[in-house]
Design a protein around this ligand. Structure first.
Ligand code: MYR
Length: 131
């Protein structure tokens, strides 16, 4: 269901979320318009996510329930894993520097992929459409 290429269409509260993450205003302005595109390929419990944005291109491979390390575009390092809960992909990651949790989910709603984020009490969404 998640398979395919998705282009970010709009953000909700993403600036506030990034601010809570400690990202400075200049980087936030760039990140708000990063033209993020993700290609998701699922094979059983294994996922390959190809990420491409104005910041970088990156391939991430992970297996459901198996922890892995990931570096955000600003260099922040996190570690955690994705699981499936019903129709939702749920990721629980912990920042290596602050030790605080970053919770993210992906769900399909109609023809959109909705990714939610929570960090330290602040929620945000990024909504993607098929490319
Ligand atoms: C993936 O499935 O795309 C790779 C793993 C992502 C893990 C962490 C996701 C958190 C992204 C937070 C971005 C916020 C930037 C301030």
């Amino acid at each position: 269901a998640f398979d395919g290429t998705w282009k970010v269409d709009r953000n909700e509260n993403y600036d506030k979320f990034m601010e809570q993450m400690g990202i400075n205003v200049m980087k936030r302005k760039l990140a708000e318009h990063d033209n993020l595109k993700i290609t998701i390929q699922q094979t059983g419990d294994n996922f390959l996510v190809k990420e491409s944005s104005t910041f970088r291109t990156k391939d991430i491979a992970f297996t459901l329930g198996v922890p892995f390390d990931y570096t955000l575009a600003d260099g922040t390092e996190v570690s955690g894993s994705w699981v499936i809960e019903g129709n939702m992909l749920k990721g629980k990651f912990t920042r290596k520097d602050t030790k605080k949790d970053l919770i993210t989910t992906r769900t399909i709603s109609g023809n959109e992929l909705i990714q939610t984020f929570n960090y330290d009490g602040v929620d945000a969404k990024r909504i993607f459409k098929r490319a």
